[in-house]
Design a protein around this ligand. Structure first.
Ligand SMILES: Nc1ncnc2c1ncn2[C@@H]1O[C@H](COP(=O)(O)OP(=O)(O)OP(=O)(O)O)[C@@H](O)[C@H]1O
Ligand SMILES: [Mg+2]
Length: 315
């Protein structure tokens, strides 16, 4: 699985080295990284290389969960614990017993639930909502955050004690823009990947295009680069992509030739010169014969308009 994590920059290699060491040891791991840097991919790799590979792997995305929902999802509840609790419900920790629980976007976990999670981490015991007694579960926690937890702690939105407990081994994935040589490597990797997947000729990047792409900031990190490559692989099949083909905001990349047309060509075709003549006449009519303003309406210079009027014999 670590093999699927492409990168050769020093900071990325250091991360993978640390991750390989940590994977096999049964400790809590906190993965920190901006959106699209590969936190989920890393969690999967950690799992595959752990003693818990093949055991349950359960995920909970903590984003936007109200307190009561987050609590039930994590710890479960007993029938009758609250209105609507019509049956016993086992939470993700119980479901992950013997295996691993991946807590994605843990930065969003409501503070009261953070306290309960800390209790589990310290004791290995859970108490479902409405249950009289606790029960033991054996679960390794891998948590991920895309927010700066230090800032969340200062704002009173994340418990410092939980942070310390989770970050026994923090694994920080650097943003793509700080991983210089990885950008080029990933561009080639994904172009090859998508050309093969879609069975098309691979596009290539010119030297200047590569340089341009390496200086782009990639705010969406590897996810953005991956999507970009799929678009390029399809739209530029077999071609050499030049620097001029790459717009300011790489995310909006779409070659002109393939963007949707402003004017639809009628099924029966048309007379291009006739159309030009008609538009020139209409423009002149609308401006009361004022050539400067007519030219402006047509998006050409006055000279260009004069030339065309002469050509078509428009008085
Ligand atoms: N080093 C890498 N090599 C190859 N593919 C990668 C790498 N890093 C990320 N990816 C790919 O980029 C995409 C985004 O990765 P992932 O979903 O793991 O990011 P994330 O950090 O969990 O993002 P988010 O915070 O938005 O949930 C996935 O398709 C993943 O396979
Ligand atoms: Mg993710």
């Amino acid at each position: 699985m670590f093999e699927q994590m492409i990168g050769q920059s020093p900071s990325f290699e250091a991360l993978v080295r640390a991750a390989r060491l940590v994977a096999a040891i049964d400790v809590t791991v906190l993965i920190v990284g901006e959106t699209g840097t590969g936190k989920e991919l890393l969690a999967q790799a950690l799992l595959q290389h752990s003693q818990r590979a093949g055991k349950p792997f359960v995920t909970l995305n903590c984003a936007a969960l109200p307190v009561s929902v987050a609590e039930s999802e994590l710890f479960g509840h007993r029938k009758g614990a609250f209105t609507g609790a019509v049956a016993d419900f086992s939470g993700r920790l119980e479901a992950a017993d013997g295996g691993t629980l991946f807590l994605d976007e843990i930065n969003s976990l409501p503070v009261p639930v953070q306290a309960k999670l800390l209790r589990f981490l310290d004791s290995g015991e859970i108490q479902p909502v409405g249950a009289r007694s606790t029960q033991r579960v054996d679960v390794r926690i891998i948590a991920a955050t895309n927010a700066n937890l230090a800032e969340k702690i200062d704002a009173g939105e994340f418990r410092r004690d939980l942070y310390y407990r989770l970050s026994v081994v923090p694994l920080e994935i650097p943003p793509l823009r700080d991983r210089g040589s990885d950008i080029e490597l990933l561009l080639r990797h994904f172009i090859r990947h998508f050309s093969q997947t879609h069975d098309i000729l691979p596009a290539e990047f010119s030297r200047e295009a590569i340089r341009r792409l390496c200086s782009y900031s990639w705010p969406g990190n590897v996810r953005e680069l991956r999507n970009f490559c799929e678009r390029v692989a399809i739209l530029q099949e077999g071609r050499v992509v030049e620097e001029k083909d790459i717009p300011e905001v790489v995310g909006s990349f779409a070659p002109k030739a393939l963007s949707s047309p402003q004017f639809a060509l009628p099924e029966t075709g048309l007379e291009l010169e006739q159309m030009e003549m008609d538009f020139i006449r209409q423009a002149l009519q609308r401006t009361g014969g004022n050539r400067t303003r007519a030219a402006k309406l047509l998006g050409i210079t006055r000279d260009q308009l004069n030339y065309r009027m002469q050509k078509y014999g428009i008085a």
